[in-house]
Design a protein. Structure first.
Length: 202
């Protein structure tokens, strides 16, 4: 009885099919990897869908190794080096499309105001029913486009918006230093600094 993967005419049929499947899998992996490079190593099922890659293909890449499933629909490439802002990127991606880093978490990311929040606060324009760990807190809030930006590849409220939102929870002297540092680091324009002080009136 012949076997379906028998060597035929000197060709290893099993090995050739395996190599072809590997090459086929490498194409979506490489495309997802390019996305992950801009997202601190993370990719989502939404990212895959935008590339025309089915969920089943993403799951197959996960089971074949090299990807860790962080939460439902969220994965990270194992060979991506970690960064100091990974926790912020992960929190925003956990909440879902349209989410952004918010309030004191924006300040924490930039080491402003000596804030040390117990969780990462993420804003979202849509109600999120996703199960989140205690280290991530989502709030339903729609910000105008002028109050949104991207820092280090992470969708975020602007430093200007975050400072206005946190003015009441930071001691006056720390707040003043935070505004000064944000200006020095190019996170605030002179006009935004004036707007903060005219709004806060300290």
């Amino acid at each position: 009885m012949s076997t379906p993967y028998k060597k035929v005419y000197g060709v290893d049929i099993r090995g050739e099919m395996s190599r072809k499947l590997t090459r086929t899998a490498e194409k979506p992996r490489r495309r997802l990897y390019e996305v992950a490079l801009d997202q601190h190593g993370y990719v989502t099922t939404a990212d895959a869908a935008a590339l025309g890659i089915p969920d089943t293909t993403l799951y197959r890449l996960f089971t074949s190794g090299g990807l860790t499933q962080v939460s439902r629909g969220l994965y990270r490439f194992d060979d991506m080096p970690g960064t100091v802002n990974d926790e912020f990127a992960e929190a925003v991606l956990r909440v879902g499309p349209g989410a952004y880093l918010a309030r004191e978490s924006v300040l924490a990311m930039h080491s402003l105001g000596l804030v040390n929040p117990r969780f990462v606060r993420v804003g979202t324009p849509r109600r999120s029913r996703r199960q989140l760990p205690p280290t991530v807190k989502a709030e339903w809030r729609t910000l105008p486009a002028k109050d949104l930006t991207v820092y280090d590849g992470i969708p975020s409220a602007t430093a200007h918006r975050a400072l206005l939102d946190c003015a009441h929870i930071i001691m006056s002297d720390r707040f003043a230093v935070a505004v000064e540092n944000a200006r020095d680091e190019g996170l605030l324009t002179a006009r935004e600094v004036d707007d903060i002080w005219s709004t806060v009136k300290r």
